[in-house]
Structures are given as C-alpha cells and as structure tokens.
Design a protein. Structure first.
Length: 247
C-alpha cells in the first residue's frame, strides 16, 4: 500500500512541477487558446468551470467559445451587455448544454458576480497569492457551483497554470468516476464508498495537498484502468495493485 501511495504522489508532483504548456481542455485549438489566455480572458476559464456539470467536460468547456462566436468576441465588456434572455436564446438554439435554461442563468449570474465583486476581472479571484481555501470559497460563490467544481478549478489553476497560492491544504481530490474507480481497485477505499469517503481518504493520505492524487489517478483510470478490459500490464502500478494480484 505504501508503494502505491508513494507512486501516486510522485506522479502527482511530477505533473505539478512540469513547466506550463497550453492545456487542451476541448481539443479545439481556438477554444483552447481562449481558455488558456488568463491574461486577457480569465473569465473564459471561470465561466467554463461553471458550465462543467452533468455533460462531458469537453462540451462544457466549449461553451465560452461558442458564445464568443455568436456575439463576435469574448471581451468582458461585451459579455456584460448580454441579458439573461439573450443567453437563453443562444443556449437553446445551439443546444450548448443538457440544461440550457438553467445553465444560461448560471452563465449570466457568473458574469454579474465577476462585474459586481471582481471589478470585471475574474483573475482577481486568485490574485495576490491567496490561501487555497480562499480560492475554493470564491468559486463556491458562483451559482450552481459545488465543492467538486470549485476544487477542480482551483486545482487546475495551481497545477496547470502555476498560479501561486499560500498552500494547497483545501484543494481536495475531485470525486470523478475515473478517480474513484482507481482508488477502489487499488484498495484505498471500499467498493461502496461515498464521494465523501474518497475525499477524506485523500486528505488522510496527503493532508498538505489532497488534490495531488487528482490527475495521477484520473490518468490511470482514463489510460489503463478502464471499467471493462483494463490494461493492467501497461499500468505502472501493476506490481502493487491488489486487483492485479488476485487475478
């Protein structure tokens, strides 16, 4: 068990410490360019995070790009002029989400929050070397955003965008289906474990940064530890995995 935890943490630190490179959120080059431009369009990242609910992540993260095409750009001043009704029309006509009206309202509410509280600049959410708890709490202020999305967004900022924070204590693991499956098969949590058990397991294993396991476990689940026909022999944890040893 110790070897498993060490290898997951080592891989997590490797991913954390690699130099910044453009993140491929959607696989669409223009959309990913927009989402990666935190200097000019930090609101694109924030709004995409707000959209990431109950649909495939790639589709959710494309929503700012689609709206940008509809309104002729994604400058915040342009967004701030949109009404909730105009956004509902765009969401419906383009079928941007599984819940078009609800998510259009959340999109509009997020724009208003950035305007009212962050002076039209979403990067103020993470400016000034804040505590991780502060960033997570600020994402939780957005309508429709729960702890899963808020910690995921904070983790992406820290890990992928290299945004400095005082600590990573409150960046929890995301209870993603891939992550949870890997934790179960590695024997770290029982098969019937709740999402809260997964979160507290990660806190127990690495309290200084529970989210260190997020991408390393997700990577294993996506690449090798598939629900059916897992490619155990290709996984770097195969020598230590109890699932493999009992086969």
């Amino acid at each position: 068990m110790k070897e498993i935890i060490t290898k997951l943490i080592d891989r997590g630190n490797e991913l954390l410490n690699r130099p910044y490179k453009k993140n491929e959120f959607t696989g669409v080059a223009e959309a990913d360019t927009l989402l990666n431009d935190l200097d000019n369009f930090p609101h694109a990242f924030v709004l995409a995070s707000v959209m990431d609910r109950q649909i495939k992540a790639e589709k959710a993260w494309l929503i700012p790009y689609h709206i940008s095409n509809e309104i002729g750009g994604f400058e915040f001043e342009r967004l701030s002029k949109l009404s909730v009704d105009s956004l509902k029309t765009i969401f419906r006509e383009k079928s941007l989400h599984r819940f078009n009206d609800v998510m259009a309202e959340n999109f509009y509410s997020a724009i208003r929050l950035i305007h009212d509280k962050y002076n039209n600049d979403a990067s103020n959410i993470w400016e000034g070397n804040p505590k991780s708890a502060t960033v997570v709490r600020r994402f939780l202020e957005f309508k429709g955003v729960g702890i899963k999305i808020s910690t995921m967004a904070t983790n992406i900022l820290a890990r992928e965008f290299k945004i400095p924070m005082q600590d990573k204590l409150c960046i929890d693991i995301s209870p993603d289906v891939q992550v949870k499956r890997v934790f179960i098969r590695l024997g770290l949590i029982p098969a019937e474990a709740s999402n809260d058990e997964l979160i507290y397991c990660a806190r127990e294993l690495y309290p200084e940064y529970p989210g260190i396991f997020d991408l390393s476990a997700w990577e294993i689940g996506r690449e090798w530890c598939r629900p059916k026909n897992p490619k155990c022999s290709d996984c770097y944890l195969s020598l230590h995995c109890p699932k493999v040893s009992i086969q």
